[in-house]
Design a protein around this ligand. Structure first.
Ligand code: ADP
Ligand code: ZN
Ligand code: MG
Length: 492
């Protein structure tokens, strides 16, 4: 198939076909050191400074497998509902690349660490379970950067800081049937792995990378079509756009009597198209063989049990518990468990408050809104969960009205001070005390004889005006419920 701008088929034609998608996701594990040596994994160090003979691939240097990396990979496998194999092996995957100094990647082949997992997604309210084929560990390559524009100053630089960084590869079953399902799958993968703490999944730093395999078949057909693999999908949006383009492209080829080529393609965000990069390589091209410099990985029941016992609660379980324990709505529970940091914040605020539902509203509305406006994340919040809980409790106990609380909140945000403290200092406590209110109400009644006359003559709506006068006299601090009740009694 020639490249270049292609006339894509109409939506009606595309709708005759069903896309089949499987994703291969690479995730950088959050270990402090590399997978086969003690070099740091820190991001942004000057080029070629986080290196040693092992990760430079110097002859004779021997790898030692990081226990922390294996444990994190096991945690990821458990979080993705995989079976953890008691015996797995590392394998050499041989290929030449300038940023791969060893001449091979150390990965896993026929005996991976984890298999037979699954992940639950929801698209348009429809739940669906997607299969995960395997999760295996491997090392990352270095990075090439191509710089300069003219022939005379065009160079490619190799930075080996990333060489030997621990990765897991998560291979899905070909279970997705549209770009929206692929998008949802990647979203949940990111959420779950962040919750477990095995990766930051920061796409901008390349901690989460995705290759998409896609084919199309006529709806109702049983056999899968020939697939293409699309690489270079470094954002969620690009994943969706690239898949939609690729689906349309393949339908166009088949509709015009052609055949889809099995190949690796690259997505170009500038044109929104995918272009052929190379014909698909096969497993045998890599000359896989068991890594002779490393012993197999044995995971005992005891070790697995220890890891399992310290796994944090996963987002789906936490969401359910939030609904059951704190009585919040499903939608709210979804938002509040979107990241572990947010879930931790909310839970601490809910526990510190007398009203967990109100706490959810404050976190999702006022707090997240204010943080977003300043480009901040929940962990930057100047208001601690305890302080937010205190604010909610002051309202629940009637010491603050909702209106006064909205005045105090921005001051908490600006100063990081506790709401009780601000309330006392600025004299913002709600006046519920009958004695204090009585005097003010009497004054207002005395000052507005005409309205009192009207009220007694049956125009009870003027009570609203009188309440307004009382609120004004107390600078909004009177408890409106108490004022209403006392006023009506006095006028009766
Ligand atoms: P390969 O041998 O070409 O690497 P695999 O069977 O290992 O292919 O699968 C790689 C990925 O492609 C997996 O995520 C899998 O779900 C997906 N996949 C396999 N066959 C198809 C297909 N016909 N259409 C779409 N995706 C597929
Ligand atoms: Zn090293
Ligand atoms: Mg494969």
């Amino acid at each position: 198939m020639a490249t270049g701008t292609l006339a894509l088929p109409t939506p009606e034609t595309i709708a005759k076909y069903e896309p089949v998608i499987g994703l291969e996701v690479h995730v950088q594990l959050a270990t402090n050191t590399k997978i086969f040596c003690g070099c740091p994994t820190s991001f942004g160090a000057p080029p070629n400074t986080n290196v040693c003979p092992v990760c430079l691939g110097l002859p004779g240097a021997l790898p030692v497998l990081s226990k922390a990396a294996v444990e994190m990979a096991i945690e990821a496998g458990l979080a993705l509902n995989c079976r953890i194999n008691p015996f797995s092996r590392l394998a050499r995957k041989n290929y030449f690349y300038p940023d791969l100094p060893k001449g091979y990647q150390i990965s896993q082949y026929d005996q991976p660490l984890a298999e037979h997992g699954s992940l639950d997604i929801e698209v348009n309210g429809e739940p669906k379970r997607l299969g995960i084929t395997r999760v295996h560990i491997e090392d990352d390559a270095g990075k090439s950067s191509h710089e300069g524009f003219r022939d005379s100053d065009r160079y490619t630089y190799v930075d080996l800081n990333r060489s030997g960084t621990p990765l897991i590869e998560i291979v899905s079953e070909p279970d997705m049937r549209g770009s929206d399902e692929a998008y949802a799958y990647l979203t949940v993968i990111k959420q779950v792995l962040q919750f477990v703490g095995v990766s930051t999944c920061d796409m901008e730093k390349g901690h989460l990378r995705c290759d998409a395999n896609v084919s199309v078949r006529l709806k109702g057909a049983e056999k899968f079509g020939v697939k293409a693999e699309v690489k270079n999908l470094n954002s969620f949006r690009f994943l969706k756009l690239a898949l939609d383009y690729e689906i349309a492209r393949q339908v166009g080829i088949i509709e015009s009597g052609g055949k889809v080529a099995q190949e690796t393609r690259l997505y170009n965000p500038d044109t929104g198209e995918t272009v052929g990069m190379r014909s698909k390589e096969h497993a045998h091209d890599y000359r896989y063989f068991p890594e002779p410099d490393l012993v197999p990985v044995r995971v005992s029941d005891r070790w697995l049990g220890e890891i399992r016992s310290r796994m944090p609660e996963l987002p789906s379980a936490r969401k359910k518990r939030f609904i059951d324990t704190y009585g919040i709505r499903e939608y709210d529970a979804d938002v509040l468990t979107s990241t572990r940091a947010l879930a931790d914040y909310y839970e601490a605020a809910a526990k510190a408050s007398a009203d967990p539902k109100a706490a959810a509203n404050w976190v999702m509305g006022d707090l997240l809104g204010a943080l977003k406006a300043e480009g901040k994340e929940i962990h930057d919040s100047p208001i601690s969960p305890g302080q937010l809980g205190e604010l909610v409790t002051l309202i629940a106990k009637g010491e603050l009205s909702g209106k006064l609380a909205k005045e105090i909140f921005p001051r908490m945000l600006a100063t990081g001070q506790a709401p009780g403290l601000i309330m006392e200092r600025e004299g913002l406590r709600q006046i519920s005390d009958a004695g204090a209110l009585e005097k003010i109400i009497d004054d207002v009644i005395a000052a507005n004889p005409k309205q009192v006359e009207q009220y007694k003559g049956g125009k009870t709506a003027v009570a609203g005006f009188l309440v307004g006068q009382i609120m004004k006299a107390t600078r909004g601090q009177a408890n409106p419920g108490a004022v209403n009740e006392m006023l009506r009694k006095k006028l009766a």
